[in-house]
Design a protein around this ligand. Structure first.
Ligand code: ACM
Length: 538
C-alpha cells in the first residue's frame, strides 16, 4: 500500500470511529435498531404527556411519576394538546417491534400495540432522560429513532429471602432497577432451611416460628412478609410489567417449616436437620395444598415454583420411616427416588388443580410431569444433560446455569467473600454479558422451548443491602443485555454504555462494584464464618 492510500484508509477508519462514537445509543439493553435524528427536544415541566388511549394511561402515569422522582419535573398527563409533548400512541399495525421511540425537534413519540410495549418505550425514554443534562428544569433530550423488541420472553431475577431478609423497601428498589433494565420476572425464593418468609393465615406458625432467624443468626426475631405486604409488592411489580413468582420449596429445604409444624417433617441428615417434608403422611399433602392455595391467591402470575432441588441432602430417614415404608409398599415404589417423584407428582396435581403452572428446578426434569403446565429451571451448569433432557421431554425451560448466572458467585478473582466454583471460577461481568444459549445446546434439541434466562441471587453471604448491591451491580446490566438484546455482542461497546450508567447507581446510593475502579467501593465483608455450600466445595 502506498503512503497516500494508507493515509486515506487511516482517515476513513478514524472517521468511521467518530461517527460510530456519536452513535453510541445510551440504552441498556441495547435496542434492535437505533439512529440519531437531526434535532433534540427540550422537556420541561410544561411539556404534556399525551395518552390518547385509556389503555396507555397507567404507562403515562408511570412516566409522570418517574420524571418527578428522578428529575424533579412535574409534568401533567392529558388526552390531547396543541403543545409539543411526549405522545404515547397505540397502533393496530402489525410489526415485529414491540415499541418505537422517536425524539426529534417536534417532540417525543412512543408507538406500541399494547401497554407493555409502550412501557418499554417509556423506559428507553427514561434512560435517555436520566443521562441528559437537567439545566434548571429543562431537560435537553438527544434525538433518537429506536425500534425494539426483546430476545427472550423470560428475563428473570431470583432473590433468596430465606437466608437473609431484605424487606419491602429493598425489594421495591430491586423491582425499580429490574424495570429500568427491562427485566420482567421476579422469582421470590421465600422458604428454605433458615427461615420461612410468607404469612399463611391457616398456619400462622410458619411465619411466626419459621420466620425466626437467618443464615448467620438463628435467634433473630421473626421476619416475614404479611399477605398485605405481598400484595403491595405484587402490585408494585405489576405497574412495572414484572410478574412475581413465589417459590415454596419442597420436599427438601423445608427445615424452617418443620420447626413450626414438626408433625409434617420427614427428617433430615446431620448437615441438614429436619430438611424434608414427610411424603408418607396423607396429612402432609393436605397441609401443603392448603399452603399453596393461599399462596396462589396472592400471586396473579398463576405460577408457583415448588423447588424440588437437592432432596438427597436430607432424605436419609425416608428409608426407615414407617409411614414412608408403608407408602412404598402400597404404591410399589422401589426406592426413595421413586418416593420423591410420587410426592412431586401429587403436589404438581395440587398446583394444576388451581389452574396454575408448576415451576421446578432441573432435578424434576426426571419426573414425568405434564409438559404443557410445567417449566423447568436449568441451574446445574455441570449437568448439561439435564438441559437436554428437559428440552427433549418438551418442557419449557428457563436457563439459569450457576456459571454465569448465580450472582452470589463473586465478580472478580480478588473477591473473597462470595462463592467460587471449585474455589476458582467466578462470574465476571463479561461472562454474564457474553452468555449465549448456543454454547449449551446440541443440534438435536428444540430451541423454541427456551423461555429465557434468569440470574439467581442466593444470600448465604449477603447479610446487608450493601453486599446485595455489590453482587447485583453492575451485573444486572449484563443480564439485561443478554436477556433482551438480539444484536451481536460487543463487550467493549457495552462497557462504554455501562460507564454512563454508573453515575446513576451512585445517585441512587447503590453500593456497586466498579470494575474500572475497584477501590471505589471495597468488597463488603461477610460477617461470620457461615456454613459450607455443598456444590462448590467452599
Ligand atoms: C439450587 O441452587 N439449589 C437451585
Amino acid at each position: 500500500m502506498n503512503l497516500k492510500r494508507l493515509i486515506l484508509v487511516c482517515s476513513l477508519l478514524i472517521g468511521y470511529q467518530i461517527t460510530n462514537a456519536q452513535e453510541v445509543c445510551p440504552i441498556i439493553p441495547q435496542p434492535v435498531k437505533f439512529a440519531k435524528t437531526d434535532g433534540s427536544f427540550v422537556l420541561t415541566r410544561h411539556t404534556p404527556i399525551l395518552a390518547e388511549s385509556e389503555l396507555l394511561k397507567s404507562v403515562a402515569h408511570y412516566l409522570q411519576q418517574e420524571l418527578l422522582k428522578e428529575q424533579g419535573l412535574p409534568l401533567s398527563v392529558a388526552n390531547t394538546s396543541k403543545e409539543p409533548g411526549v405522545k404515547l400512541v397505540l397502533t393496530s399495525k402489525k410489526s415485529s417491534d414491540i415499541y418505537t421511540l422517536e425524539i426529534n425537534s417536534k417532540g417525543v413519540a412512543i408507538t406500541a400495540s399494547d401497554a407493555e410495549g409502550a412501557f418499554y418505550g417509556v423506559v428507553s425514554l427514561l434512560q435517555i432522560a436520566r443521562q441528559s443534562k437537567n439545566l434548571k428544569g429543562s431537560l435537553s433530550l438527544e434525538g433518537w429513532k429506536i425500534q425494539d423488541s426483546p430476545l427472550y420472553e423470560w428475563r428473570g431475577l431470583m432473590l433468596d429471602e430465606s437466608r437473609h431478609f431484605f424487606g419491602v423497601a429493598k425489594v421495591k428498589s430491586i423491582l425499580d432497577w429490574m424495570a429500568f433494565y427491562k427485566l420482567n420476572r421476579f422469582h421470590w425464593h421465600l422458604t428454605d432451611e433458615p427461615a420461612w418468609r410468607i404469612e399463611i393465615k391457616k398456619y400462622p406458625g410458619l411465619a411466626l416460628i419459621g420466620g425466626i432467624g437467618d443464615f448467620l443468626n438463628g435467634t433473630l426475631p421473626s421476619q416475614y412478609y404479611t399477605q398485605e405486604q405481598v400484595k403491595e409488592v405484587v402490585a408494585y411489580a405489576a405497574q412495572r410489567f414484572i410478574t412475581v413468582i413465589p417459590e415454596i420449596d419442597m420436599p427438601g429445604h423445608a427445615s424452617a417449616a418443620n420447626r413450626a409444624y414438626p408433625e409434617f417433617s420427614g427428617g433430615g441428615s446431620e448437615g441438614h436437620p429436619e430438611f424434608t417434608f414427610n411424603p408418607g403422611k396423607e396429612g402432609t399433602y393436605q397441609y401443603l395444598s392448603n399452603i399453596l392455595r393461599e399462596t396462589n391467591a396472592l400471586f396473579p402470575s398463576g405460577m408457583i415454583h415448588l423447588g424440588g432441588d437437592e432432596v438427597s441432602y436430607g432424605n436419609q430417614q425416608w428409608s426407615t420411616n414407617a409411614d414412608i415404608k408403608t407408602l412404598m409398599q402400597s404404591k410399589g415404589l422401589a426406592n426413595v427416588k421413586e418416593v420423591e417423584k410420587y410426592f412431586m407428582k401429587r403436589m404438581a396435581d395440587s398446583v394444576y388443580s388451581m389452574n396454575a403452572k408448576l415451576l421446578v428446578w432441573d432435578e424434576m426434569a426426571e419426573v414425568d410431569l405434564p409438559k404443557d403446565k410445567t417449566i423447568i429451571f436449568w441451574w446445574r451448569h455441570d449437568k448439561p444433560d439435564m438441559l437436554t433432557l428437559s428440552l427433549k421431554k418438551g418442557y419449557q425451560t428457563v436457563l439459569c446455569p450457576r456459571l454465569p448466572f448465580y450472582f452470589d458467585f463473586v465478580q472478580d478473582s480478588t473477591h473473597n467473600y462470595g462463592r467460587k466454583w471449585s474455589n476458582k471460577l467466578y462470574n465476571a461481568l463479561e461472562s454474564a454479558y457474553s452468555f449465549s444459549q448456543d454454547n449449551y445446546l446440541d443440534g438435536s434439541v428444540s430451541k423454541k422451548q427456551i423461555l429465557g434466562i434468569q440470574a439467581d441471587l442466593w444470600t448465604e453471604t449477603i447479610q446487608s443491602d450493601q453486599r446485595l448491591d455489590y453482587l447485583l451491580f453492575p451485573r444486572i446490566t449484563a443480564l439485561a443485555e443478554a436477556a433482551w438484546s438480539k444484536n451481536a455482542k460487543d463487550f467493549q461497546a457495552f462497557i462504554q454504555r455501562l460507564k454512563k450508567h454508573m453515575p446513576l447507581f451512585q445517585q441512587a446510593s447503590i453500593y456497586y462494584y466498579d470494575p474500572f475502579n475497584p477501590a471505589k467501593n471495597p468488597e463488603p465483608v461477610r460477617i461470620g464464618t457461615g456454613v459450607k455450600r455443598f456444590d462448590t466445595g467452599l
